[in-house]
Design a protein around this ligand. Structure first.
Ligand SMILES: Cc1ncc(COP(=O)(O)O)c(C=O)c1O
Length: 398
């Protein structure tokens, strides 16, 4: 990415007043001199200067041409899907974010768009699964929540050769670590709710395109459908982006320390973190990103919902909540939370085990976070023993 100096100074000061902070244009409309004669703005669904500033910042961060800001990450994804027509097919990564799965399957399939879920960690699988009707390849890398890594450059080559678009959901890496458009992708989407906003205080989505023409089509879809980001939330995302490189650096170093701790823990079965040399496609993550991100997932030896529930209710600093990418550490149990809309068999087949816990590692001290996890493991053990004993006693009294 641009270095921190370039990033901070790409955020403009207001030419009208000199305001150092980007002004929030809280308006629905703009006075015109004559019909159609205006200062570039006519109605705030179509455009807003605060939103436009965010859009140009994200376009430059992702090395694209057009940025478009939406009211949520899912609204951004939805606008990309509206490029398709009935009969088109999507080839999507199998370990996809649950909300995207719900949108693809329960909304778009009924409009005649077929979705084929594939393990994209091997490019051969993608090559074999593309059909004549595939118009869009959809990747998350790293994925949510098993941090699967797919080779963006290799899959972009398949997409080009087979005449389809490649869209990468870059939410987990953020442009501070990975810029898919420079690796051959056509579209990048973000849940800016996460690292770009960075403070767990807003919901927002972004799309960036490599080519202007494609960006204009999505901008047209946005204006036609109306899923815009409000001026104040646009401003909050801009403020978050100012500290993105600094935050991401600390998220990455904390997550690496936690992943290494978990790897040695006797209660842990598997640890998923692209920064671990044993992680599948670690070498690709190293090649295509400048860091491994702030999300770590793991499964328990006791692979049950009961054990995972006990664990996620015992931490002190890791707060139990949906979402990720903020200053404060969060944890969640995908099987009962973010991924509950995916049928259990499909979820397990994609590697999201019943006991899988996802950590969004925040900016606290790594040692405190590790201590918090350690005490939660101990409490979980006691809770499971107590529950088992209670069940035995209840059985004796039946
Ligand atoms: C990878 C990914 N993409 C998209 C989304 C959807 O974003 P939003 O919640 O902002 O609509 C999420 C939300 O968790 C996500 O994790």
């Amino acid at each position: 990415m641009n270095n921190s100096t370039a990033l901070i100074h790409s955020i403009p000061t207001d030419p009208l007043t000199g305001s150092l902070s980007v002004p929030i244009y809280q308006t629905s409309t703009y006075v015109q001199e004559a019909p159609g004669v205006n200062k570039g703005y006519d109605y705030a669904r179509s455009n807003n200067p605060t939103r436009a500033t965010l859009e140009s910042i994200i376009a430059s961060l992702e090395k694209g041409t057009v940025g478009i800001a939406f009211g949520s990450g899912l609204a951004a994804i939805d606008a990309v899907l509206k490029l398709l027509s009935a009969g088109d097919e999507i080839l999507a990564v199998d370990d996809i974010y649950g909300g995207a799965f719900r949108l693809f399957t329960h909304v778009y399939e009924k409009f005649g768009i077929k979705v084929n879920y594939v393990n994209t960690t091997n490019v051969e699988n993608v090559f074999d699964a593309v059909t004549a009707n595939t118009k869009l390849i959809w990747l998350e890398t790293p994925t949510n929540p098993t941090l699967k890594i797919s080779d963006i450059r290799a899959i972009a080559q398949v997409a080009k050769a087979r005449g389809c678009m490649l869209c990468v959901d870059n939410t987990f890496a953020s442009p501070a670590l990975q810029q898919p458009l420079t690796l051959g992708a056509d579209i990048v989407v973000h849940s800016a709710t996460k690292y770009l906003g960075g403070h767990s205080d807003l919901i927002a989505g972004l799309v960036v395109t490599k080519e202007k023409e494609l960006g204009e089509k999505i901008k047209f879809i946005q204006n036609a459908s109306g899923g815009i980001l409000a001026p104040f939330d646009s401003w909050l995302v801009i403020r978050g982006i100012e500290t993105l490189p600094l935050r991401i650096e600390k998220h990455c170093s904390n997550a690496q320390a936690i992943a290494e701790f978990l790897e040695t823990h006797p209660e842990v079965e598997n640890v998923y973190y692209p920064g671990l040399p044993g992680h599948y496609n670690h070498h690709i993550a190293k090649r295509q990103a400048s860091g491994f991100g702030g999300i770590v997932s793991f499964t328990l030896k006791n692979d049950t919902t009961e054990a995972a529930t006990a664990f996620v209710t015992q931490t002190k600093y890791f707060k139990l909540a949906e979402s990720l990418g903020g200053v404060k550490s969060l944890l969640c149990h995908p099987a009962q939370m973010t991924h509950k809309s995916i049928p259990a068999e499909r979820r397990r087949a994609a590697g999201v085990a019943d006991s899988l816990v996802r950590l969004s590692v925040g900016l606290e001290d790594a040692a405190d976070l590790i201590e918090d996890l350690q005490q939660a493991f101990e409490k979980t053990k006691s809770i499971i023993i107590e529950n088992t004993e209670a069940r035995l006693v209840a059985g004796l009294h039946q």
